[in-house]
Design a protein around this ligand. Structure first.
Ligand SMILES: Cc1ncc(COP(=O)(O)O)c(C=O)c1O
Length: 442
């Protein structure tokens, strides 16, 4: 039975929506009014299957009882506690829980409220780390073309998405970029990790020649580039980047804001790719997207560099009013319980083959020029209409929404990243819907 119809607010003008064509949206608004499990309910009373876990964040699905209860209990007990000079038990408990699931010696956790803050924090830690060790000349940051690291100045600067950068002036100085790994002809329609392109990691070596390694603080990449349209790392690429960065004393930052917390069929992409970064950025699914939260994981050797000098002085002049907010910590602890109880970190491994076949079943449909998948991530790339990049994928997005499926698009690439509670019947629905959609778009 359809849910009752909820009235649309009658004036949509005041709310300036993020990353949305506001005027087009407000002519044809799409509102969600409720969510449970795999589904959203729309204002016009329809059920829409969540094919992207909100924004890659609701990995346990929606309205999960443990998380709802934990938040209700927490607001009764301790609604807020300052994160500077004061602590509360759940912040320490959460840091310990997190460090136990993160591989390697990433044993220290700095809490933030979003992916963008996670990245800004990581970049600041990297520069301050070198300074603390007497290498204050290492200030340069290396990102990658097509990288997305959020929207704050540091993340935008190391990021490599032209549309996100072009309006904002000269950005942070002293940043350079590796080339991206997208569009290698031999990798088209790859299932899993692509074979070709590890050599692109040698760009770091090239930038070391240009700038001299002694000027470089850190290199930051996403293990899988999400926002630029789901770009998988070629086999050996991340390992090579690790090798080169280590050789030159450059910190390696992995941005796991979307790959963290089970997306890859393992707790983190760091587990999946077996790459031992110095700093790992997380956010989104850390608290199932329910309350803003993020965590920067810091390797012992990096943390140790700060824990020097007089003990009564602040070691790192950085933090946010909502760092380790009690509500967010409670939500995150309940989220970790849910992931663990339901085996959700490994769901992407269990479903890998089924998911892969379903995503690749779209091969041969009109406009499809590439398909890729890993874990519970999939992408279908469409040929762009000349002079109208994004139009085709946007039409697919709107048609899918009408047919009861939420997807996400970047340029003309469609991304899928469902909640990890997905079942085979939902996967069937997703790709049957996409088949219908792709047959009907121009
Ligand atoms: C890899 C990556 N880093 C950072 C961010 C920014 O996260 P937020 O939107 O929470 O600031 C995102 C968001 O999608 C992301 O995908």
């Amino acid at each position: 039975m359809n849910a009752p119809i909820t009235p649309v607010p009658n004036d949509l003008d005041a709310y300036w929506m993020a990353f949305t064509p506001n005027r087009a949206f407000k002519k044809h608004p799409r509102l969600f009014v409720a969510a449970e499990g795999m589904y959203y309910t729309t204002h016009d009373g329809r059920q829409v299957l969540d094919g992207i876990a909100g924004l890659w964040c609701c990995n346990a699905g929606h309205k999960r009882p443990r998380i709802v209860k934990a938040i209700q209990d927490q607001v009764e007990e301790l609604d807020y506690s300052p994160g500077f000079q004061m602590g509360h038990p759940k912040a320490f408990e959460l840091a310990n829980r997190l460090k136990a699931i993160m591989p390697g010696d990433l044993n220290h956790v700095f809490f933030v409220n979003s992916g963008s803050e996670s990245v800004e924090t990581a970049l600041k830690i990297a520069i301050a780390y070198h300074r603390a060790r007497g290498e204050g000349h290492r200030t340069r940051l290396i990102g990658r073309e097509k990288g997305y690291h959020g929207v704050n100045f540091g993340g935008m600067s190391v990021g490599g998405m032209p549309a996100n950068r072009k309006m904002f002036g000269a950005l942070v100085a002293g940043v350079d970029h590796l080339r991206h790994t997208h569009g290698i002809e031999e990798n088209l329609f790859t299932r899993g990790q692509p074979e070709h392109g590890a050599w692109l990691a040698d760009d770091l070596e090239r930038l070391c020649q240009l700038h001299d390694p002694s000027t470089i603080a850190a290199v930051i990449v996403e293990p899988i580039a999400g926002s630029a349209g789901v770009i998988m790392p070629p086999k050996g690429y991340l390992e090579r980047l690790r090798e080169i960065s280590r050789k030159h004393g450059i910190l390696m930052i992995l941005d796991e804001v979307i790959t963290g917390f089970g997306r890859m069929g393992k707790p983190f992409a760091s587990n999946y790719f077996d790459v031992d970064a110095d700093i790992v950025c997380t956010a989104k699914a850390i608290a199932n997207g329910v309350i803003p939260m993020g965590a920067v994981f810091v390797h012992d050797h990096v943390h140790e560099a700060f824990m020097q000098g007089p003990e009564d002085l602040i070691e790192f002049f950085h933090g946010y009013t909502y760092s380790a907010n009690p509500m967010a910590c409670a939500a995150s602890l309940a989220t970790l319980d849910t992931y663990e109880e339901e085996g959700l970190f490994y769901r992407g491994t269990e479903l890998w083959d089924y998911w892969e076949d379903a995503v690749h079943s779209l091969k041969g449909l009109p406009h499809v020029v590439d398909i890729r998948n890993m874990g519970l991530i999939g992408a279908v790339e469409l040929e762009s209409i000349p002079g109208h990049v994004t139009r085709r994928a946007t039409e697919a997005f709107l048609k899918a929404y009408e047919k009861g499926l939420l997807i996400r698009t970047t340029g003309d690439i469609i991304a899928f990243s469902p909640p990890l509670i997905i079942e085979k019947k939902h996967i069937d629905f997703m790709f049957e819907t996409m088949r219908d959609v792709l047959k009907t778009i121009d």
